[in-house]
Design a protein around this ligand. Structure first.
Ligand code: SIN
Length: 287
């Protein structure tokens, strides 16, 4: 097993770094995985170029960071249920993930991170935007921070994955199970303390957060709209231009992302694995 020397170059002010000097298709040492994990939590999203990842190797790399999620509504790849194929065909109108969100915040135990690999990339367009929700929290006044720290929010998949939601819209190559009201609502703190860094981040998003706990939708709307607007301020963002073989790995606990849909008539094909949070009780039982 060779020991690669990682080079880490920041990509923007608020978040993002490119890591070079590592071949993710290889069996990496614990030290290398620890260095990638440290960069991932520090920079919130990390990028790799010129990788060649089979579905098996993407799963193997993802599993080094925790158990992999099997998406409850999007069918996985044949033979690899943990691999989600994110495909937009030239004739598809809507893309998947084309709005600001944090993956899987609608689960009781949301995901810690997503690892996305570029299989086929349009000649132009198809970038992904990322926004640091830690930077968004830190830019608020102490008064607003204190108010939000006392709040929890309700998250659900029912809007995005109902037949009218963008995630459930028919695409030629993606099979999405429509979730008509049969999905749960889960409560998460509005200010999430990162379990690995202690840094605070806002944890609400326009795709899956529907109201504050104990507040009606109507009461919640003005404050949620303020936050959704604030959280995507340009200075909190970075933008990744894909090439075939690129990988992005983002921290869903502190990052929003947005897949741009600006490449009509072209095909875009990505593969994603999503790392689950291990609930504290399960961690304690395993120790
Ligand atoms: C997603 O995971 O939301 C999709 C991101 C992308 O395709 O760029």
């Amino acid at each position: 097993m060779s020991e690669p020397t990682l080079k880490i170059r920041k990509a923007a002010g608020a978040l993002g770094a490119e890591i070079s000097g590592v071949d993710l298709s290889k069996e990496l040492s614990d030290e290398t995985i620890a260095a990638i994990r440290a960069a991932f939590v520090e920079h919130q999203v990390v990028f790799f170029r010129d990788q060649a990842l089979s579905p098996e190797r993407q799963v193997a790399f993802g599993r080094r960071f925790g158990p992999l999620n099997i998406h409850p509504y999007v069918s996985g790849m044949a033979g690899h249920p943990e691999v989600m194929e994110i495909v937009k065909e030239p004739e598809d109108r809507l893309n998947f993930g084309g709005g600001w969100h944090s993956d899987m915040s609608f689960l009781e135990h949301p995901s810690i991170g997503s690892i996305l690999y570029g299989v086929e990339i349009p000649e132009w367009g198809g970038d992904t935007l990322f926004a640091s929700q830690a930077a968004a929290y830190e830019a608020l006044t102490p008064g607003m921070q204190a108010t939000l720290e006392g709040l929890n929010a309700v998250h659900t998949a029912s809007r995005e994955y109902s037949s009218r939601g963008a995630s459930a819209q028919k695409r030629k190559s993606m099979s999405v199970v429509e979730a008509e009201g049969a999905v749960g609502e889960f409560i998460h703190p509005v200010v999430k303390v990162h379990p690995e860094t202690g840094r605070k981040a806002l944890y609400v998003n326009p795709a899956f957060t529907v109201r504050f706990e104990g507040w009606s939708k109507r009461e919640s709307r003005p404050l949620l709209e303020f936050l959704f607007d604030h959280c995507r301020y340009e200075a909190f963002t970075c933008r990744f231009s894909w090439a075939k073989g690129s990988v992005a790995m983002w921290d869903n606990r502190s990052v929003w992302h947005f897949a741009l849909n600006d490449y009509p008539g072209q095909r875009r094909h990505m593969r994603r694995v999503t790392v689950d949070e291990v609930p504290a009780e399960a961690r304690a039982a395993a120790e």
